[in-house]
Design a protein around this ligand. Structure first.
Ligand code: FES
Length: 228
């Protein structure tokens, strides 16, 4: 005789024992096993798949790489710059630099306009002193000579000190007599004289393109001194 269930209330159906749930890993493992069986004998590498089609290149200016319009702009810029350079060179050829230097020859007035001594009117404008003397020591005669206003040491411009009757260079202290002869400081030789003659109109004409140096014996040459 079969055993009756214990502790079961009278009239109730007997309790049915539920089956235990399958472990979760069992299903994927089984599926994988099934897939392996299906793929057996087939190639499964990525190379076997068809390569994706390359996307068509879109020619727009928003691309980080330079587009056709960018290259055209660059070419036009280079062309414009080259044209401007050619124009500038042509302009420079047509209008060369012209130095407006003071003329080398100029008149400084009539002899009677001058008193004896050093005249500084043409020092700044023309770079010469005009000197009138009653007895030039090299020519032993009265007349005029003109001195360059450039120190023979390093080229500074001396000052005429009438109270001391000398030219004094502010740079290194060289001193020159009214004749131009150096007597103190580092200047190695006298000031230089310019050519001086009478112009056709009777004015004194100074010509700075020609110079006369005392140490070369040139102060006795005719146009180094204007005898009056
Ligand atoms: S430049 Fe005149 S003394 Fe030196």
């Amino acid at each position: 005789m079969a055993d009756e269930p214990k502790n079961t209330p009278a009239g109730d159906a007997p309790a049915v024992e539920k089956p235990a749930p399958r472990p979760a890993a069992a299903k994927p493992a089984a599926a994988a096993a099934g897939n392996d069986a299906k793929l057996a004998g087939r190639t499964t590498t990525a190379a076997a798949r068809p390569a994706p089609k390359p996307k068509a290149k879109v020619d727009d200016d928003t691309s980080p790489l330079m587009g056709r319009r960018g290259w055209m702009g660059l070419a036009w810029g280079a062309f414009t710059a080259a044209s401007a350079g050619c124009l500038a060179a042509t302009g420079r050829f047509m209008f060369p630099n012209v130095l407006n230097e003071p003329p080398q020859q100029f008149t400084v007035g009539f002899p009677e306009d001058y008193g004896e001594g050093v005249d500084e009117r043409f020092k700044d404008s023309d770079g010469v002193w005009v000197v009138r003397t009653d007895n030039d020591y090299t020519n032993e005669a009265p007349g005029f000579y003109a001195l360059f206003t450039s120190c023979t040491h390093l080229g500074c411009t001396p000052n005429w000190l009438s109270a001391e009757n000398k030219f004094k260079c502010p740079c290194h202290g060289s001193g020159f007599r009214p004749t131009g002869i150096n007597f103190e400081g580092p200047a190695p030789r006298p000031l230089e004289r310019t050519r001086i003659v009478l112009a056709e109109d009777g004015q004194i004409l100074i010509d700075k393109s020609r110079k006369f140096q005392e140490e070369l014996g040139q102060w006795t040459e005719p146009e180094s001194f204007l005898q009056i």
